[in-house]
Design a protein around this ligand. Structure first.
Ligand SMILES: NC(=O)c1ccc[n+]([C@@H]2O[C@H](COP(=O)([O-])OP(=O)(O)OC[C@H]3O[C@@H](n4cnc5c(N)ncnc54)[C@H](OP(=O)(O)O)[C@@H]3O)[C@@H](O)[C@H]2O)c1
Length: 294
């Protein structure tokens, strides 16, 4: 084999992945359907393959980064035999079902399949703190961990190839709810004060520090969720509910419309109505899961 790794698909993300392998000094083969994205990588030392089959044949580790699982299947099906015995990492975004299906088909062909998720934008690929998630056979991950580390911080989640997809979407949900909560705060503080309100930059200086407290609360709640026990601690749910009412009131006064206070009040209100006002915040998992006994 000619190179250490092949990258199939050189869109925004695939180009960034190939670039990070080159930056880390790994010999890299590249292929893209339309040929205008390979030359900048070739200038940096990549070898351009003439076909997906040639890219597969060129390295023991094949990284594929196409728009969809359907595109991955279309491109790789003709070179399935060549993939046998190699490790295939698939970074296409998709569902857990698609990931398991792709793993089953790859396994039947003797391919060591890792499903992956890149938890960053292309410009951050290669930074040591950018996360990539992997699921699939442990030996396949361990065998290529050193090369994959060129992309950032590789996190192995377990044997199940669906784990990266479900983590990816769960973490995006966390991102969107956090960013929307931050925007809600920007709108509230920006609409207040004698001088016309606080700038987003000034609010963010305080909010960034507050996020450490939020992280600590998640760490406190996690074992309670796992144990199914929700002791009140210093900040019981009834108190949260009262403060959520204040958040809604503050937004109404200033015309803020994120919908967040209403969502919070609905969840916490049901729990308090059910007699859980003295419990800790982690009690809400029962309502989020839709399994609360009424
Ligand atoms: N960009 C991000 O910030 C980001 C972050 C995390 C995950 N991702 C995921 O990474 C994957 C790729 O994203 P991207 O940003 O690189 O997208 P992109 O810039 O739109 O590139 C898409 C790539 O897929 C190829 N492709 C699509 N359909 C194909 C087909 N039928 N046959 C052959 N090649 C095909 C394209 O080839 P052509 O150039 O020939 O069209 C191109 O290489 C997606 O699943 C995306 O969700 C992206």
């Amino acid at each position: 084999m000619d190179t250490e790794v092949s990258v199939i698909g050189l869109g925004a993300m695939g180009s960034a992945l190939a670039g990070a392998f080159l930056t880390a000094g790994h010999s890299t083969t590249v292929w893209n359907r339309t040929r205008d994205t390979a030359p900048p990588l070739v200038v940096r030392g990549a070898v351009e393959a003439a076909s997906p089959g040639a890219a597969v044949a060129a390295a023991p580790l094949v990284v594929v980064c196409l728009s969809t699982y359907e595109a991955v299947r279309e491109v790789l099906s003709p070179c399935a035999a060549g993939l046998a015995g190699r490790t295939l990492v698939n970074f296409a975004s998709g569902s857990p079902v698609q990931a398991r299906d792709a793993a089953d088909r790859a396994g039947a062909l003797g391919v060591r399949y890792l499903d992956g998720a890149v938890l960053t934008t292309p410009s951050h690929v290669g930074r040591p703190d950018s996360l990539q998630l992997y699921g699939g056979p442990r030996p396949a991950f361990d065998g290529h961990r050193g090369v994959l580390a060129a992309l950032g911080d590789p996190v192995y989640l377990g044997d199940d190839p669906a784990l990266p997809a479900v983590h990816d979407i769960a973490l995006l949900g966390l991102l969107w709810s956090t960013l929307t909560g931050w925007l809600h705060g920007v709108a509230l503080t920006g609409a207040d004060g004698p001088g016309g309100g606080v700038s987003a930059t000034a609010f963010t200086g305080v909010a960034g520090r507050w996020m450490k407290t939020v992280g600590r609360l998640m760490e406190e709640c996690a074992p309670q969720v796992d144990a199914g026990e929700y002791p009140a601690g210093e900040f019981p749910l009834g108190q949260h509910l009262m403060l959520m009412g204040l958040l809604r009131h503050a937004g109404e006064l200033r015309g803020v419309e994120s919908g967040l206070p209403q969502a919070f009040l609905k969840l916490a209100g049901r729990a308090v109505e059910d007699g859980h006002g003295a419990d800790g915040y982690a009690r809400l998992i029962e309502y989020v899961r839709g399994r609360a006994a009424r």
